[in-house]
Design a protein around this ligand. Structure first.
Ligand SMILES: C[S@@+](CC[C@H](N)C(=O)[O-])C[C@H]1O[C@@H](n2cnc3c(N)ncnc32)[C@H](O)[C@@H]1O
Length: 624
């Protein structure tokens, strides 16, 4: 109650901050009404010590804020009409004393004529606006582009063109310039985004391939702004409402983070350095981005378990795991970089963590050091390209290349296998692995998870996070396991947090082999299953189609999400033709064919062992 009182008092006394706070709150609660997603309590609420009182406070303050803005809007909208009405009234009452009937009629006609004139003008303006909107957006000629390239970037012009090209791409049929293809517009957009926002060609091309134009600009814009500063209450030492009360009294303007966390607080502004308060020093909280709560919530550690945090420094997630375990059981917090061990141990000691052993190994070696099948749960918060945290580190825009991503995903694949090998499938309480990155690249996320599904006896389970977008199942020419839908992606423009990826596996057996593929029909369809030979043939044909698309588009990448009309047509026609020719097989025939194929593959594999180098080269190729 004391905290609640303090919070309210602060809200009234701090009126000068109310406006900026309202603005920020809007961003946090309503990132984008079109794509705002449902958030619910996390599945580990039982482990948190806080009560719902804090959330009530948030609701109360929100209600206040929305009431304000609603009444503001009302008065803004009503006032001019009232004034006009009174003015007319006054004028007519002035002249009323000596007016006769015809005078009134004349005035009335004049008013009618004025009204009619105004309506005509408004209509003409509307037509002009529509015409202007519908005007085709012409792309610059090669000569104009050459001239542009000679001077410094004309930022207002680039900004205008980005806006216009996005508008065309969103309504291509109506707005495109005659003779210009979607590819031409995408090419222009890619160039302009790279110059305006300062991305290298590689990264901007990947982003252009991943998102439709409108959303891409929203994402890139979101990367330009910092995310809200968050802190996590250390429940080993404090309760959130007590901490909130103390910090409010110090002049920290804050609120509960969101409904899905009972330990998070969002800080709007502060009169004191938030990383140097006595409460921070005493380990009452950790400064942590909202997204970094998520892998630990997905891991859902239980008391008395044996848990490995494979890449732990500076310990944001380890200390959260320890708090959820109430300092029971044991955590092995590993970090390869010796220098980073300092921050890890400092945080563990500041936060009062006593159940953790700090290790300094390459994570790939850990199964040998800690033992195979020895842990209840493993968290792999993997080293990555950081493409989800551009707002924190702008250098990512220019420093990441295809080679960097390839070397990241190569390491990630080795680490995920080590993570799985450490978990005991027979653990009574666990048997889970959580993989996370602060990257939005498919090669570092879905491709790594798909690889693990093929190499070990694991299956994906829901992350227990009821928000976030499902991971990709199809991405360009790549086809991932349908269960990838259980993984979660988080984006700054959608969730107002850093770009992040989370996946949770359950280990099904301690065997190191992947499970034999089942002959069962894939979920969700009555479609006839093709015999494996024809599937392989069809995949090969698809590849040919994609290859042709790339050839015909010179070096340019194809923007698939926007569904390029010409290319889409070509693909459909192609597969449509094939479908007519395809023979339908019975289930028995299909199973038999699959079994024969598998037997043939097994025989071939026995005869030809893969060298390690060849295997890695193959992996690198498949993740491109
Ligand atoms: C994303 S950060 C971890 C952040 C940490 N989990 C937290 O929440 O504070 C990834 C860490 O992995 C470490 N790392 C890189 N390669 C590694 C490897 N082969 N084995 C173990 N750790 C590694 C990096 O030094 C870095 O500290």
């Amino acid at each position: 109650m004391a905290a609640k009182g303090a919070m309210k008092k602060k809200a009234t006394s701090n009126s000068n901050k109310t406006n900026s706070r309202k603005k920020q709150k809007k961003e946090i609660e309503l990132p984008n009404p079109k794509i705002q997603e449902k958030v619910v309590d996390d599945d580990i609420s039982g482990s948190d010590v806080d009560s719902d009182v804090d959330d009530d406070m948030l609701v109360e303050q929100h209600r206040d804020d929305s009431d304000d803005s609603a009444s503001d809007a009302l008065s803004d909208g009503d006032q001019p009409f009232t004034d006009d009405f009174l003015q007319d009234d006054n004028k007519s009452s002035d002249s009323d004393s000596d007016s006769d009937h015809s005078d009134i009629e004349r005035k009335s006609k004049a008013i009618d004529a004025k009204k009619e004139k105004e309506e005509k003008e408004a209509e003409a303006e509307l037509v002009d606006n529509i015409k202007e909107q519908a005007d085709e957006v012409t792309l610059p000629t090669p000569q104009e582009l050459k001239e542009e390239a000679q001077g410094p970037p004309d930022l207002p012009r680039l900004q205008r063109r980005i806006k216009e090209v996005v508008r065309v791409l969103s309504n291509f049929k109506t707005l495109r310039q005659e003779g210009a293809s979607r590819k031409d517009y995408v090419k222009q957009l890619t160039m302009d985004l790279a110059s305006y926002y300062g991305y290298n060609d590689y990264l901007i091309e990947v982003l252009v391939e991943m998102f439709p134009a409108v959303e891409l600009v929203e994402l890139i814009e979101a990367f330009e702004k910092p995310r809200p500063m968050c802190l996590r209450t250390n429940t080993l030492k404090a309760r959130r409402r007590d901490l909130a009360g103390i910090l409010l009294n110090r002049g920290v303007n804050l609120d509960p983070l969101s409904k899905w966390s009972k330990v998070g607080l969002v800080v709007y502004d502060s009169q004191v350095p938030i990383g140097a308060t006595p409460e921070y020093m005493a380990g009452f909280y950790m400064l942590q981005s909202a997204s970094s709560f998520l892998p630990v919530m997905a891991l859902a550690p239980q008391e008395k378990e044996r848990i490995v945090d494979m890449a732990a420094a500076p310990g944001g997630k380890t200390t959260y795991v320890a708090a959820l375990m109430k300092n029971s059981g044991v955590i092995f917090a590993n970090e390869i970089k010796e220098k980073r061990l300092k921050s890890l141990t400092a945080n563990l000691s500041r936060m009062g963590v006593t159940n953790t052993v700090v290790c300094n190994y390459d994570g790939r070696e850990l199964p040998k050091v800690l033992g195979q099948n020895s842990a209840d749960r493993v968290l792999l918060d993997a080293p990555c390209s950081g493409t989800g945290v551009i707002s924190k580190d702008e250098s990512v825009k220019t420093s990441k290349s295809l080679e960097d991503i390839q070397s990241c995903c190569h390491l990630q694949k080795e680490l995920i296998l080590a993570a799985i090998d450490m978990v005991d499938a027979n653990s009574k309480s666990g048997g889970y692995i959580v993989y996370s990155t602060c990257s939005i690249m498919v090669a570092e996320n879905e491709a790594v998870i798909d690889y693990a599904l093929k190499k070990r006896d694991v299956k994906l389970v829901p992350c227990g996070l009821d928000f976030g977008r499902p991971g990709f199942i199809n991405y360009r020419e790549q086809r991932f396991h349908p269960s990838l839908e259980k993984t979660r992606r988080f984006y700054p423009h959608v969730h107002n947090m850093d770009g992040f990826f989370v996946a949770k596996f359950k280990k099904m057996s301690n065997s190191k082999a992947a499970p034999a593929p089942t002959t069962e029909q894939p979920e969700g369809g009555d479609e006839v299953i093709e015999p494996i030979d024809s599937v392989i043939k069809k995949k090969a044909e698809d590849k040919v189609v994609h290859h042709r698309i790339h050839e015909s588009s010179t070096k340019e990448k194809v923007h698939r999400e926007n569904g390029i009309a010409q290319h889409g047509k070509a693909e459909n026609t192609f597969s449509g033709k094939k479908r007519k020719e395809r023979k339908r097989f019975s289930r028995e025939e299909i199973s038999k064919s699959r079994e024969e194929k598998r037997a043939a593959l097994r025989t071939a594999a026995k005869g030809k062992p893969f060298s390690k180098e060849k295997k890695f080269a193959k992996e690198a190729r498949t993740t491109k």
